[in-house]
Design a protein around this ligand. Structure first.
Ligand code: ZN
Length: 114
């Protein structure tokens, strides 16, 4: 399974690079999507883009190189955690790991989580 660090709010897909708005209020992958979001807020894309690297910056493009093992996504945007026993990604909607059958209930209560 390919792992993604974030989920796009634009189309619900897993992403490893893209635009982040207001410290994570909104994520999207492409400049086109970012432009659409900015314009949907009633702002001018060119003007807002000029705020990059200034104190008025409220969104920017980034790459997420590290994927959080406790919360990650697949390409479809499904949420996964990582099995503490076998290290495989586990869909949060399943109650246990498909590889080693460790209960996800144990995973979420693991000491590393607290
Ligand atoms: Zn497992």
């Amino acid at each position: 399974m390919k792992k993604y660090a974030r989920k796009s709010d634009f189309n619900g897909k897993g992403i490893n690079q893209g635009y982040i708005f207001n410290d994570g209020q909104y994520y999207c992958q492409t400049e086109k999507q970012a432009k659409e979001y900015v314009e949907s807020k009633g702002f001018n894309w060119k003007e807002e883009k000029q705020k990059f690297n200034t104190k008025n910056e409220w969104f920017y493009f980034t790459l997420w190189e590290e994927i959080d093992t406790e919360e990650l996504f697949d390409i479809e945007g499904n949420v996964y955690t990582t099995c503490v026993e076998c290290n495989e990604p586990v869909n949060l909607e399943l109650k246990k790991c498909e590889s080693c059958f460790t209960s996800i209930y144990i995973i979420t209560l693991s000491p590393s989580k607290t």
